[in-house]
Write a protein that binds this ligand. Structure first.
Ligand code: NAD
Length: 504
């Protein structure tokens, strides 16, 4: 049975009060306290009040988790299971996540400030779908036989890298975990994963559901705690073979140092962005484009690596489009994330809210004009709410157009010619996503090729689905891709076996 029914507000509040939260490290198939016994407080972004205390792991706990993961990798309890059996266990896990979507969604909503309609209706079903998609591939990927000379046989196969470390952000806590765990586990690895310290709770429950589904002890380990201790210990651990990181470019860089200074583990980085949405003058369907533009920047409070934070729009259609965006935003209610009518919840933390408000002040002082939003709201709730904020008259060299704000702030930049649009769109240190809107097929193809980004949406803000790879150019990524079968490559080693046959 699935439980993706979004609760009414009173039910949601009552159920959130009764949640039985998992708050300890999950190592070797069991929950345990941190070796130090320390705990830290996790807060509800919508109220600013504490939810509970979570075990504060440290390097000793990472060691214990890696020891368990190494043992499980070496004895083959997971990697040597038949791919079909591994698949069945992972599918059972996906089914359990879906069956518990309401509980998991509530956990995510109180811990991350995300609207309940999104967490129950999208995040958890997508998390389950991601694990199921990768599980389905486990027994469908073949090796190759090379065209080697007569008298020899050469096979090329893929083997699990071994122990995978994963360090993930707080904006999609469950989904980001699934993007790593799905392919890493489907290809037979064992994993030590660290959630962001602001959002530990959903992953701990998801790991427990994994054990219920039959994932053997030691195969999936969760160490909660701060980035500069637990995250660094994972990055530097000599017995971790690959590390998959999603987060800021600044921290991502550190993982390359960690690896270079230790065991040269493979490093896979999914990082930040400053993605352009380019609107050409021939467009006519302003309502649809306005809805796409709003979703691309304001969905998930703008806490999106691929957020379309720069609207690069032709001078002749700017006024019309901004009017349509304003009309669209009337339906975007900001408020209590437990209310199913809420489209925009709270920012993750006071620090993040202050960072976003700081950028809004900066935009004003740089000479851009606030069209809508622009200050904190719902302060009486104790939560960290900032409404959709649009800056007009932005130049691409302003800091609000260059730096990742990671909040609901859109910069509007005008252009005159196609060449100028492409130049502005590409004039950024990032290259994660981009979208363009036109009715002209020639412009669509030309510009889609010209844009320096890993994912380009044409007449769509979409990043694609689980069948398509996701990863960035330039400062947006390094070493691999999430999603699709390309994600399997990054968690496997390519092995050649060359066999000399005896003469007849
Ligand atoms: P962050 O870089 O601050 O933290 C990410 C993770 O790294 C967290 O688990 C954190 O605890 C850990 N960490 C922090 N300091 C560390 C250190 N010194 N050593 C090791 N680990 C450390 O990012 P965030 O604030 O959690 O997330 C926002 C960022 O993530 C944004 O830049 C956003 O663009 C990016 N992001 C990218 C993608 C993508 O797929 N490209 C997806 C989501 C988020």
């Amino acid at each position: 049975m699935t439980d993706t029914l979004i609760p009414a507000i009173d039910e949601a509040r009552a159920e959130a009060e009764r949640l039985d939260l998992r708050t300890r490290l999950f190592i070797d198939g069991d929950f345990r306290d941190a070796a130090s016994g320390r705990r830290f407080t996790t807060e509800n972004p919508a109220t600013g009040r504490p939810i509970t205390e979570v075990a504060e792991g440290g390097p000793a706990d990472v060691d214990a988790a890696v020891t368990a993961a190494r043992r499980a990798a070496d004895d083959g309890r997971w990697s040597r299971l038949s791919p079909g059996d591994r698949k069945q266990i992972l599918i059972r896990w996906a089914d359990l996540i879906e069956a518990n979507a309401r509980e998991l969604g509530l956990i995510e909503t109180i811990d991350a400030g995300k609207p309940i309609a999104d967490t129950v209706g999208l995040d958890m079903p997508e998390t389950a779908a991601c694990i199921r998609w990768h599980a389905e591939a486990a027994d469908k990927i073949y090796g190759q036989v090379a065209p080697s000379p007569e008298g020899t046989v050469a096979t090329i196969t893929r083997e699990p890298v071994g122990v995978v470390g994963a360090v993930i952000p707080w904006n999609y806590p469950a989904q980001m975990a699934a993007w790593k765990l799905g392919p890493a586990l489907a290809t037979g690895n064992t994993v030590v994963i660290k959630p962001a310290s602001t959002t530990s709770l959903s992953l701990l429950r998801i790991a427990e559901l994994g054990a219920d589904a039959g994932i053997p002890g030691g195969v999936l380990n969760v160490v909660t705690g701060p980035g500069d201790t637990v995250g660094e210990a994972i990055g530097r651990h000599p017995d971790i073979d690959a590390v998959a990181f999603t987060g800021s470019t600044e921290v991502g860089r550190r993982f390359l140092h960690y690896s270079a200074e230790t065991n040269l583990k493979r490093v896979l980085l999914e990082l930040g962005g400053k993605s352009p949405q380019v609107v050409f003058p021939d467009v006519t369907d302003f309502e649809t484009i306005a809805s796409n533009v709003a979703i691309a920047i304001f969905w998930n409070m703008g806490e999106n690596c691929s957020a379309g934070s720069r609207l690069v729009v032709h001078r002749s259609v700017k006024a019309r489009l901004l009017e349509a965006v304003a009309a669209e935003l009337e339906a975007w209610r900001v408020g209590d994330p437990l209310d199913p009518a809420t489209r925009i919840g709270a920012l993750i933390s006071r620090g993040q809210m202050e960072k976003v408000l700081g950028y809004i002040d900066l935009g004003r002082s740089e000479g851009a004009r606030v069209v809508t939003g622009g200050s904190r709201i719902l302060e009486e709730s104790g939560g960290w709410f900032v409404p959709p904020t649009i800056f007009d008259n932005v130049r691409n060299d302003m800091r609000i157009a260059r730096e990742e704000i990671f909040g609901p702030v859109l910069s509007v930049i005008e252009f005159e010619t196609e060449a100028e649009a492409v130049a502005i769109a590409n004039d950024t240190p990032y290259g994660l996503a981009a979208s363009l809107y036109t009715r002209d097929l020639n412009v669509a193809h030309r510009v889609a090729r010209d844009l320096r980004a890993g994912v380009v949406g044409v007449n769509a803000y979409s990043e694609g689905d689980m069948t398509t790879p996701f990863g960035g150019y330039k400062l947006s990524g390094f070493g691999g891709h999430d999603k699709s079968l390309h994600a399997h490559d990054q968690y496997t080693e390519l092995k050649t076996i060359w066999i000399q046959l005896a003469e007849r």
